[in-house]
Ligand binder design. Structure first.
Ligand code: NCD
Length: 355
């Protein structure tokens, strides 16, 4: 089908990412030049999970472009509450809208939606897996505020296991000779498939527990919330919470050119006293998210290319080992896996298993 979707970073080529980032910066300079560009177009926002910035910035983006919006922000107000499956919802909504942004707690659900949608699907967060439009926002922020994306030392701190913004950002930054400093507890370390992504891109990474020890080396510090809702138990969350707190004292050792990003919402990992530090960019970052999404909507609505959901092969009897994978919650989906040596990788959620 001749439509494009954005589910993971690799769905767009590097020249396409550059085009979208550059357009976002042009929009930021003179947004009024783009008002009305999406007249008569409709964006559907299907939010099965809580959201402030992502949902409202998508809606603001479409309204600023002169388009209109439909959708739900609470699935209990939709037919999902009556037991409707993802396939039926997507098939119907894609007949109403020209483009849709979906957030869902189930990993791989955005990829699954592409199988049934007649319009572009944008992944606005699928469980603890990916969140590529937050990454677009982060890239636009860095391009504007640092001037380059190339050769930066980027510290990612907090919940690297369940933090989907971190996962997508890593997929992107491996294209820019990044040195990654992964700051987390052992329990919340980065999933191994993403360490492989870093290695195979020829980038370096270091895993470290202490934020204090890492902070003076960083050009960018990406703070994240511990993702309470994704923990198997409250007790495990209690053991991990409040491990990392960025305060003025720690920042005293950081470079004066440091850029502090955070996808927000924050809980306690960045103290309010940091907000007035000129290095704290997270509120600006949330504003860049509107320009980023305006640019992405314009880009996807113009596309007529091909989208290939799967690279590997269908193995009907094989099951993904991730209980929160969409193939385990939506039983009608075909099971696709990629083969890497003695491993099978689920093409929806990237979970690996030994053959
Ligand atoms: C993030 C998300 O939803 O993954 N928020 C966002 O989209 N800006 C981060 C988070 O919830 O911690």
């Amino acid at each position: 089908m001749s439509i494009r979707h954005l589910i993971a970073f690799h769905d767009l080529s590097m020249p396409e990412w550059e085009e979208i980032i550059d357009l976002a910066l042009q929009i930021e300079e003179k947004p009024e030049d783009f008002y009305g560009c999406c007249e008569n177009k409709i964006l559907a926002t299907l939010f099965y999970e809580p959201s402030t910035r992502t949902q409202m910035s998508f809606q603001t983006a479409m309204l600023r472009l002169g388009g209109r919006i439909i959708g739900f922000d609470n699935p209990s107000n939709s037919s999902v509450a009556k037991g409707e499956n993802l396939k039926d919802t997507i098939q119907v909504v894609s007949g109403y809208a020209d483009i849709m942004a979906m957030r869902n707690p189930v990993e791989g659900s955005a990829k699954a939606a592409t199988l049934f949608s007649g319009c572009p699907v944008i992944n606005a967060g699928d469980g603890g897996h990916l969140h590529p439009t937050q990454t677009l926002t982060d890239l636009v922020t860095l391009k504007k505020e640092v001037g380059t994306l190339d050769g930066l030392t980027v510290g990612l701190c907090g919940d690297l296991k369940y933090g989907r913004t971190v996962h997508s950002l890593i997929q992107a930054m491996t294209h820019f000779h990044t040195k990654f400093i992964l700051i987390s507890t052992r329990e919340l370390a980065l999933p191994s498939y993403l360490k492989d992504t870093i290695r195979s891109a020829g980038c370096r990474y270091e895993e470290i527990f202490s934020l204090e020890e890492a902070i003076d080396k960083l050009d960018v510090l990406y703070m994240t919330r511990i993702q309470r809702e994704r923990f198997p138990s409250e007790a495990e969350y209690e053991r991990q919470k409040s491990t990392y707190v960025l305060d003025r004292k720690k920042l005293a050792r950081a470079k004066s050119s440091l850029k502090i990003l955070h996808p927000l919402p924050r809980v306690d990992e960045v103290l309010v006293e940091v907000d007035s530090d000129p290095r704290a960019l997270y509120f600006k970052q949330a504003i860049y998210g509107v320009y980023a999404r305006m640019s992405l909507i314009l880009f996807l609505l113009r596309q007529t290319g091909r989208y290939r959901p799967f690279d590997g092969k269908e193995i009907p009897h094989e099951r993904c080992g991730n209980p929160n994978c969409v193939t385990n919650t939506e039983g009608y989906l075909p099971h696709y896996f990629c083969n890497h040596g003695d491993m099978l990788t689920c093409e929806y959620c990237d979970e690996r298993k030994l053959i």
